[in-house]
Design a protein around this ligand. Structure first.
Ligand SMILES: Cc1ncc(C[n+]2csc(CCOP(=O)(O)OP(=O)(O)O)c2C)c(N)n1
Ligand SMILES: [Mg+2]
Length: 371
């Protein structure tokens, strides 16, 4: 007979890490950056942020009208990062994103109508209507997707960066992801290889402090995500994701470091998710304080106030901008809604890179046996 001696186990109680410090959005730095910036550039950046906001709000509305199906995640609250990044990238730089990518597709320069058409599942969409919200792809503007599997885009981005390096190119890959992705194994493998092989890639971690309903403190033993770069001797930075100029400038610096010196880097952008994880998530798990904090950090409100205070915008020019943006979004919806659905016979066209002889082309309603 064997006797078991009771082992004293340490209590499974994790010490709670400090919460992520709130990014400072009201400091004098933003004001002096605004004062130093060309007013026309500021108006353009604000217009682009507003466009993403209105586009996403309209997307939510179209979803409720059942014009859009499937999963659908919005960039509401993330507009300053989206636009700041877009301003930092060269048109020939490559971008990989997660499934929360409509804004990034717009920032990369894809026609809004084609983005909306993809959401509507129409053949004029970026992926001919077969991809939908999570799978936008456009070789012309070098948006290489749109990935639904958390972390799926990270090794692929490394492959693109390796290809650039192999061909002695000087383009850079930006790989966007959420903070939840930094705990996926492939994230660490990719950072390791990027650093070892000095690949031209910048990892952009959008720390919206929540992965579905789980807070960053509950999912990450080290919630200061920018510090993860140090494990790979890579430069890591944290930026206030609501500050489009700070995002643009820091992203530019890191992108140019990757381009000129083959130095991969990690940029953590702290932002605030204004709504639930996806359009169907009422986010009841969030406290009133969390919602209030997110609203306080609404980048559209912040930048509207700042640009009005700096005299870059006036109440009258805001009205004009609102109308211009509303017209642009309406035109995108009109284009999408009047575009044809893909032909059912094309359902299998993109299943394989090349046609596979003898593959099943049977559609769900087709009879199993024809004779
Ligand atoms: C491998 C994998 N596991 C789980 C999921 C389900 N899932 C979809 S989004 C998500 C949360 C990801 O959070 P984060 O990376 O912070 O991105 P965010 O949605 O906040 O932009 C999860 C767990 C998935 N799509 N893929
Ligand atoms: Mg997140």
């Amino acid at each position: 007979m064997t006797t078991t001696t009771a082992r004293s186990k340490p209590a499974r109680k994790l010490t709670k890490p400090d919460p992520v410090p709130a990014a400072d959005t009201t400091g004098p730095d933003v004001e002096s950056a605004v004062a130093a910036e060309d007013p026309e550039t500021l108006r353009g950046l604000y217009r682009d942020m507003l466009f993403v906001r209105r586009f996403e709000e309209r997307t939510a509305q179209s979803y409720q009208q059942a014009k859009i199906g499937g999963y659908c995640h919005l960039n509401l609250g993330e507009e300053a990062t989206v636009v700041g990044l877009g301003a930092a990238m060269r048109p020939t730089d490559y971008l990989f994103t997660n499934y929360r990518e409509h804004g990034y597709a717009l920032a990369k320069g894809i026609e809004p109508g084609r983005v909306m058409a993809e959401l509507y599942g129409r053949s004029t969409g970026t992926s001919k209507g077969w991809g939908g919200s999570m799978h936008m792809y456009d070789t012309a503007t070098r948006l290489l997707g749109g990935y639904a599997i958390v972390g799926g885009q990270v090794p692929l981005a490394i492959g693109a960066a390796l290809a650039i390096d192999y061909h002695d190119g000087d383009d850079v890959v930006v790989c966007q992801m959420g903070e939840g992705t930094t705990n996926i194994g492939a994230f660490h493998e990719s950072l390791n290889i990027a650093a070892l092989w000095r690949l031209p890639v910048v990892f952009l971690v959008i720390n919206n402090q929540t992965g579905m309903g789980t807070t960053v403190e509950k999912s990450s033993a080290e919630p200061d995500l920018w510090k993860r770069a140090a494990a790979y001797r890579m430069r890591g930075e944290r930026v206030d994701g609501t500050d489009m100029l700070a995002v643009r400038d820091l992203a530019s610096e890191l992108i140019e470091g990757a381009r000129r010196e083959g130095k991969p880097a990690l940029l953590e952008a702290v932002s605030y998710r204004l709504k639930g994880h996806s359009v169907v998530d009422p986010a009841k798990y969030r406290s009133t304080e969390t919602v209030a904090t997110a609203r306080e950090h609404d980048p559209i409100v912040l930048w509207q106030q700042r640009l009005l205070a700096a005299g870059v915008l006036t109440e009258a020019s805001l009205v004009d901008l609102d109308r211009e943006v509303a017209d642009g979004v309406a035109a995108a919806v009109e284009f999408a809604d009047s575009s044809p659905h893909p032909e059912p016979s094309s359902l299998f066209d993109y299943t394989y890179a090349t046609p596979v002889p003898g593959d099943s082309r049977r559609l769900p309603a087709d009879p199993l046996f024809t004779h």
